[in-house]
Every structure is written in structure tokens, then in C-alpha cells.
Design a protein around this ligand. Structure first.
Ligand SMILES: *Cc1c(COP(=O)(O)O)cnc(C)c1O
Length: 237
């Protein structure tokens, strides 16, 4: 079932790219495996996927320890508490959900301790939903500039958003368009690190099972698909 689902997802990625003159190799698919067992991740790996998104620290750490496949990237996509950064800092390739300067500072200190640099995205609450984490659109450019200067072990690679839950993905098109505009604006005025070197700002993570095609049409470089690959989840956040 997972293999068939992935074929469908890749078909839809191709079609969305064709509609807007992009190529599928511009899009990274993050398979969102939260609440799903390692056996399903293994099926996904057998079908050719290698990037997995998890929301919960303990679950990520357990799956990381149990995984036997090489070349797998783990991404933290859920809200991250500062006191848990230390458990994942040496295990993940990208943290999508940096939603405060204090969290960025914590990542800096844990990354510095281990002499590594951590790639992060800034989470933006683009639709200004009460229930959602993230910077407001108006705070985001300043936050990127400050992290670039103040956190040498943190690479701000771009932006991420979770758009509102909606029946009709067209309802999220304007949110995606606004985030893409903000992303382009920040990229064009590339934030500089402490030595004056511009940071590499190249990743726009938006679009989930219900709306990833619209997100691709609006400029996503990374999409996060759970249900569309693994089926419905029993336990919801
Ligand atoms: C669960 C989750 C997803 C995947 O959602 P689906 O609708 O199952 O594709 C993507 N991003 C984040 C941040 C999530 O928490």
C-alpha cells in the first residue's frame, strides 16, 4: 500500500511541477512518519524514500536508534521544547520548527558543545492562527538576521509553515504565496553571518497531504506528506 501511495504522490508532484514550469528535482519529499511504526518506514525506504519527518522527540530518538538503513535523514517538524534540543541535536539533518529566538539560542549552545552546525527553518504562522506556533510574518526577517549573526552553529536555511486545515486547498494558496514572497524577500537581502558572509537561504517547507500541489505551484521546495503515504493516523496531536 505504501509503495502505491508513493507512486501516486510522485505522480502528483510531477503534475504540479508541470503546471507551473518547475522540475520535480526541485522538490524534496519529507515522509511524515509520526505515530507510524518503523516497519512502515522500512517499506518507504524500500520504495526509495530517505527523508523522514517526526514530531515528537522521544519517538524520533527511538526510531533513530532502531533504524538499520544507511543514508536516512531525520527531520524534526514538530514543536520543540528547549530542554529537549540536546536529545536530537546529533540525530537530525534539519529542524523545521524554530519558532523563537530562545529556541535558536538553545540550538546554538547544544550545537557548539558538539562542534556541529545545525540546519534550521523558521516556522512562520502565516495565517495568524491563535493555535499555532511560529513567528509572525513581520518578525521573521529580523529573526533570520539575528540568528545568522548571533548563532554561528545554526544555519538558517529558510522558512516553514503549516497552513490551516481546510477542505479546499485553494483556500491556502494565498497563504503559500505570501510565505513565498517573504522567503524571496529574505533570500534577496541574504542575512549575513558574523563574518559578513551571506547565508545559504534555499528551503521553503510548505504543503501537506491536503494541499501540497498548491504549495508546489506557489514555490515550495520541500513538502511534508504523512497521511498520503502512510494512511490515516489513529492518534492525532
Ligand atoms: C503531521 C504533520 C504533517 C503531515 O500531515 P498530513 O496531513 O498527514 O500529510 C506535516 N507537517 C507537520 C508539521 C505535521 O505535524
Amino acid at each position: 500500500m505504501i509503495r502505491e501511495n508513493l507512486i501516486q504522490v510522485h505522480k502528483r508532484i510531477h503534475a504540479a511541477c508541470a503546471r507551473c514550469g518547475r522540475t520535480p528535482d526541485e522538490i524534496t519529499l519529507v515522509s511524515v512518519s509520526k505515530t507510524k511504526p518503523l516497519s512502515m518506514i522500512e517499506e518507504c525506504i524500500a520504495a526509495g524514500e530517505h527523508v523522514f519527518g517526526e514530531n515528537y522527540v522521544q519517538e524520533l530518538v527511538d526510531k533513530y536508534a532502531q533504524n538499520r538503513a544507511d543514508g536516512i535523514q531525520w527531520h524534526m517538524i514538530g514543536h520543540l521544547q528547549r530542554n529537549k534540543v540536546k536529545y536530537i541535536i546529533d540525530k537530525v539533518a534539519l529542524i523545521h520548527s524554530v519558532d523563537s529566538l530562545r529556541l535558536a539560542a538553545q540550538i546554538e549552545s547544544e550545537a557548539a558543545k558538539r562542534e556541529l552546525t545545525m540546519n534550521v527553518l523558521l516556522e512562520v504562522n502565516i495565517a495568524e492562527e491563535q493555535s499555532k506556533w511560529g513567528f509572525s510574518a513581520s518578525e521573521t526577517a529580523d529573526a533570520a538576521a539575528r540568528i545568522a549573526i548571533e548563532c554561528p552553529h545554526v544555519h538558517v536555511r529558510g522558512l516553514m509553515t503549516s497552513a490551516p486545515n481546510t477542505e479546499d486547498p485553494e483556500n491556502n494558496r494565498l497563504h503559500f504565496r505570501r510565505l513565498h514572497a517573504l522567503f524571496s524577500d529574505i533570500r534577496d537581502h541574504a542575512p549575513k553571518d558574523a563574518s559578513g558572509k551571506p547565508v545559504c537561504f534555499d528551503t521553503l517547507s510548505m504543503g501537506m497531504t491536503g494541499d501540497y500541489e498548491v504549495a508546489i505551484e506557489e514555490g515550495a521546495t520541500m513538502i511534508r506528506v504523512g497521511t498520503g503515504i502512510f494512511g490515516e493516523r489513529k492518534i492525532e496531536e
